[in-house]
Design a protein around this ligand. Structure first.
Ligand SMILES: C[S@@+](CC[C@H](N)C(=O)[O-])C[C@H]1O[C@@H](n2cnc3c(N)ncnc32)[C@H](O)[C@@H]1O
Length: 278
């Protein structure tokens, strides 16, 4: 493909521009003409953002673009979720990336490699729009937390498991999968129930709960398990994590927890012959 239109303020971003992604997204939208010469990157990205009916993350992107998500992770989450300021050299896993706010933030903070996964192709598509806008190297993999294994994904210095646990039918199984790949630190955020006692317990909502922006609440049937803080710590302890603790008790959304691998080691990529993505 040729070079895209190069307005001067866009030139630096085009260094990381992923033309395959551009073509895939354009074709996926049913456009018959793929001609980066005739459209500015920002204009094209704006059209892709506007074509998406639903955004979760509000993200500020280069060129004055903003994704119209109803969750503002920069304000409501990032200050509370325990991400190290300097993530240089870290191999990081972002489970349930949605549109990718935390993956891109880890990359921005210097992570050596970020593996981002989500079970939803819709989120992966929107992740790719943001990835293109940011010129990011992080790729989305469509996979479930239950698919995680050291053979397929390797091991990680930092695992970010934000906003997923309460969606899962099998939270302990998911944490067991995470424990197998976390060779450093786990940061976990989840919706929690109101019980603050020392007795580990969880609320189960068989038909989900109301969720979404204040002006458009809908029943989300995937929100089923709401553990207490003691239950979160108990599950991590049960699986062999060291020093599980609740952090940022002032976090406006749910509970945030941190735990360490029993035997910390440097995160390693998977062996090529065992990695189905290669
Ligand atoms: C509430 S959003 C959280 C997004 C982001 N991590 C955050 O904290 O802002 C939940 C995300 O988890 C994903 N998800 C739900 N179940 C999953 C599973 N079994 N495996 C991987 N991702 C899952 C959803 O598709 C969605 O993107």
């Amino acid at each position: 493909m040729g070079t895209a239109s190069t307005c001067s303020n866009e030139v630096s971003r085009l260094e990381g521009f992923d033309f395959d992604c551009f073509r895939e997204l354009t074709v996926a939208r049913g456009c018959c003409v793929v001609n980066p010469e005739g459209v500015t990157l920002t204009k094209w990205l704006r059209s892709q953002i506007e074509a998406e009916p639903y955004w979760f993350h509000r993200m500020e992107l280069p060129g004055g673009l903003v994704t119209p998500g109803w969750s503002d992770p920069k304000v409501d989450k990032l200050p509370y979720f325990g991400l190290p300021d300097d993530m240089s050299g870290l191999r990081v896993l972002d489970i349930g990336h949605a549109e990718g706010f935390f993956s891109f933030e880890a990359e921005r903070r210097g992570a050596a490699e970020v593996v981002a996964l989500d079970r939803s192709p819709d989120h992966a598509r929107k992740f790719n729009i943001c990835r293109t806008a940011l010129g990011s190297r992080v790729r989305s993999q469509i996979a479930s937390v239950y698919d995680i294994s050291p053979e397929r994904f390797g091991t990680f210095d930092l695992v970010m498991f934000f906003g997923v646990l309460y969606h899962l039918r099998h939270p302990l199984l998911a944490l067991e999968k995470i424990q197998a790949v976390c060779s450093g630190t786990l940061l976990m955020q989840t919706a929690i129930c109101a019980d603050t006692s020392d007795t580990p317990m969880a609320e189960f909502h068989p038909h989900g709960i109301e969720s979404g922006p204040p002006d458009n609440r809908v029943c989300d049937t995937t929100c089923v398990w709401f553990p207490s803080p003691a239950c979160c710590i108990g599950m991590l302890d049960h699986l062999g994590f060291k020093g599980p603790e609740r952090i940022s008790t002032d976090a406006p959304v749910g509970g945030v927890f941190r735990a360490k691998a029993a035997t910390p080691t440097k995160g390693q990529p998977p062996l090529p012959e065992k990695n189905m993505w290669l």
